[in-house]
Ligand binder design. Sequence first.
Ligand code: GCO
Ligand code: MG
Length: 413
Amino acid sequence: MRITAAETLVSSPGRNFVTLRVTTDDGLTGLGDATLNGRELAVESYLREHLVPLLIGRDAHAIEDTWQYLYRGAYWRRGPVTMAAIAAVDTALWDIKAKAAGMPLYQLLGGASRTGALAYGHASGRDLPELFDSIRAHLDAGYRALRVQSGIPGLDTVYGVASSPAAPGDRYDYEPARRTGDAHPRPTVEVWDTRAYLRHMPRVFEAVRNEFGPELPLLHDGHHRMTPVQAARLGRDLEPYDLFWLEDATPGEDQSALRLIREHTVTPLAIGEVFNSVHDYTTLLHERLIDYVRSAVTHAGGVTGMRRLLDHAAVYGIRSGLHGPTDISPVGMAAALHLDLAVHNFGIQEYMRHSTETMEVFRTSYTFTKGALHPGDGPGLGVEYDDEAAAAFPYTPAYLPVNRLADGSVHDW
Ligand code: GCO
Ligand code: MG
């Protein structure tokens, strides 16, 4: 089965998505997600200019060989642009292989290890009443685990907090990439104060536990904003509230920072949404400095790259918590769900829910029932791309915000 065509599709139904569609000589097509929020066109051009010409004529079944050919053959290894491009090719080829086999992808990954993947949603509020409303709306929508983000007194905007009361999936839901309609927009600027944050978050979790009880799994995302010692303190202060995890407490590239945090707290730790290779995790896994790996199939070399990472993590009893914000397209989400169902060391799956517009472009077969996701049982990934619907949503430049401290200096975002 030879590859006869590969095309990049850019569409912006609510946010920008880059999709690769690969076609074979027996008429099968496969989809891969290559979306890199805020830098989308870099991956699109990497695919179109450098990878698509290499794919034509290749054996569509030779997935591992294609992965190695693109990874080692580039000489310049790793990095988010390269790995998102490889991920799209890899995922599209797995989609094709599963369609050729007439099976859902999870069957080729070893079959189902569970009936569904426990998902967590994003509850947030500018203050406690708003946060409680958001938690209730998510519980009503079926969620059984929730990430909790809160406004901080004295700060105008805070990462992960919806700008107006939000129910899951509604169009005011938390949206990190801002669109201005401007042809050359600039990132918006947020002002950050870690001391105010460290004072406030334990109060938030205390209030949430008092209101919603001890059972509900609660997660929190630090979004790379603390120093190791600040993160150690937050992890310790949150211990009474029994978090499922504290995510991205410190900037991910400093792996040894996690060692310091680990020495001071038993709050479980998750990291990795900005990583793109198993090599970004080696110290973290070998020294058991984290409890969950957070990469996305879309950013970490596709199904093949993610399987390699999850198998490596399994050796150390470390579980998955795959990245699933709305800047991962439904194609990337579906690929994650097939892995979630198949691997033994599944932990939890992030699931923000895409907007109605997004779901018009990407016709999916995954389901969300009683707080758990299932990828569906049709052949392949279970996602179809609607070209006509996509044409109504042209690319719109959008950037993630930039963070500054009160004195104007740039801080991690
Ligand atoms: C998460 C993430 C995202 C990122 C986003 C950046 O835990 O889901 O932190 O919301 O901010 O993916 O593009
Ligand atoms: Mg995160």
